[in-house]
Design a protein around this ligand. Structure first.
Ligand code: TRP
Length: 506
């Protein structure tokens, strides 16, 4: 068997973890989530979610991966034979996310090109929906592959494939070391440009004016937990996988704090830049800021081209910079979404890293073709909604309950963190993971499920059959798939490896 791969340095690991965290979620997701959920008042649920759930779980995932030194399924199996499926569940979740995540990066790559000479014209909405995506009328018709989307998507897959083929150290770590500093510079340029535009302050006003009435709404809390989990790449086996590549003596608590704060800082700055730019657009069009805000894909691909059109000068340049930033930010996250699957298949099938990369990327590319059809946008929106809520949040809840209550592993994991870290993690960590977070998350998930059933996602825009299959059906299929994968036998090499470890008291 190949030797277990390792990061070259701790800073390489931190950059890769931050590279995973900072992605499309920070640039197009965070700003509109804040806006839709109470503006400035969203900060409170966001910070509560961050400190009671996200950072504790981040540390838990680090500890599991570092202590058990395996992919997510193997690490969970080493915690308890009955837990392996949780690891597979998370691997499957990250795989589903990557299949559409790559398509959004593909769009951004196309738009980087369209920026030259602002090829989207004046009607950016019909350019995006009708000309570029060529959205169809009927969901189930699909209506054939759209080559103008598939070609950039293949291109992005090829680049990600190449980085993953080069391995953990020469691929992922190197890419993160180059792209992360570049991203920060780009974001700073952007923020400065945005807040110095006329009208920017109106945009910031809208972003930060708190609407406290929304705080009693469970949907707002659902959104806050969903955002921090997505943004920090939790509940998808990524941090377990990444920390399994750390050297034995590596500070965990400190790295977790740095990753968590860097990610939030980035998204905070991105929100300021985005809303500054929105304020500018509103002034140009002589409308209220609330009229120009838009959500999800529309914000980046319809509203931003409009903003770039309205720039006083250097329009093409800023277009290239903005969409290039999306591509770069998405890239290291994409790499991280594939690594849990690669490491898990490599171990369970006892194949080489390169073979695992070929399989996972090949399969991923095939699935992502579905999102390049005329129903791609709807499909993407449905899968994204369900996988985030009922994949990430739900699997994280189940993991907390199994580890804290069934396996009673929190104390040993805490001891492990403290034995390698400068900052000592206190009892609060256990209280959060055992009581507070599971309670809040259970409440949110139950009430969220009820409201999902009462008001089907998408305000009636999607056929119920599509929601049943690509929403609920998919979520259930992932759990069943996880159990099936658990049933497959491990190659002998992994179990002997484990005995070896026990002998040395690891
Ligand atoms: N965190 C990334 C972003 O903000 C996306 C991402 C990478 C992710 N890995 C993940 C989201 C795992 C959920 C789970 O865009």
């Amino acid at each position: 068997m190949e030797q277990k791969e390792q990061w070259g340095s701790r800073s390489g690991f931190i950059l890769a973890a931050v590279g995973s965290a900072i992605g499309l979620g920070n640039i197009w997701r965070y700003p509109y989530v804040v806006y839709e959920n109470g503006g400035g008042a969203f900060l409170l649920p966001y910070l509560i979610a961050l400190f009671t759930a996200a950072i504790p779980i981040l540390l838990m995932e680090y500890a599991i991966g570092h202590k058990k030194r395996g992919s997510a399924p193997l690490s969970y199996k080493r915690l308890s034979d009955r837990f392996e499926w949780i690891g597979w569940w998370q691997v499957l979740v990250s795989f589903v996310i990557i299949t559409y995540y790559m398509v959004i990066i593909g769009w951004a790559a196309s738009y980087t090109y369209f920026s030259m000479g602002t090829q989207w014209g004046d009607d950016t909405q019909s350019f995006f929906l009708s000309q570029y995506l060529n959205v169809g009328e009927d969901f189930w018709s699909f209506g054939g592959i759209q080559w103008q989307i598939l070609i950039p998507v293949i291109l992005v897959w090829a680049l990600v494939y190449w980085v993953l083929h080069r391995g953990v150290n020469r691929g992922i770590e190197l890419a993160s070391k180059i792209l992360m500093p570049l991203l920060i510079v780009l974001l700073i340029i952007f923020t400065i440009r945005a807040i110095t535009l006329p009208g920017a302050m109106d945009g910031l006003d809208v972003l930060f004016t708190p609407d406290f009435s929304k705080m009693l709404n469970t949907d707002v809390w659902f959104a806050a937990y969903g955002q921090v989990f997505f943004s920090l790449s939790l509940g998808a086996g990524i941090m377990i996988t990444y920390s399994s590549y750390l050297k034995k003596k590596s500070d965990l608590a400190n790295s977790g704090m740095i990753a968590g704060l860097a990610n939030s800082g980035f998204e905070f700055l991105a929100a300021i830049a985005v809303f500054g730019a929105l304020g500018f657009l509103a002034v140009q069009q002589n409308v209220a800021v609330t009229e120009v805000v838009s959500s999800g894909p529309m914000l980046a691909f319809v509203v931003f081209p409009n903003i770039i059109n309205a720039f006083p000068s250097l329009n093409s340049l800023f277009g290239v910079l903005f969409f290039g930033t999306l591509v770069f930010a998405g890239f290291t996250s994409a790499v991280s979404l594939l690594e849990p699957g690669i490491s898990a298949f490599k171990e369970k099938m006892n194949i080489s890293r390169k073979a695992a990369v070929n399989w996972i990327c090949g399969l991923g590319l095939l699935v992502s073709i579905a999102y390049t059809t005329r129903s791609g946008l709807s499909l993407l929106d449905i899968v994204d909604n369900f996988v985030n809520k009922f994949g990430i949040l739900f699997s994280a809840l189940v993991a907390m309950i199994l580890i804290g209550w069934v396996g009673k592993q929190l104390n040993p994991l805490r001891d492990h963190i403290n034995s390698v870290s400068d900052i000592q993690v206190g009892k609060w960590w256990i209280v959060m993971l055992k009581f507070i977070s599971p309670l809040i998350l259970s409440y949110i998930l139950i009430s969220g499920t009820i409201s999902e059933i009462n008001e089907p996602y998408g305000d009636g825009g999607y056929p119920i059959s599509a929601l049943s299959i690509f929403g609920y059906g998919l979520v259930i299929a992932l759990i069943i798939g996880a159990f099936l994968l658990q049933m497959k036998k491990w190659p002998p090499i992994q179990s002997s490896d484990e005995k070896e470890r026990h002998k040395h008291g690891a």
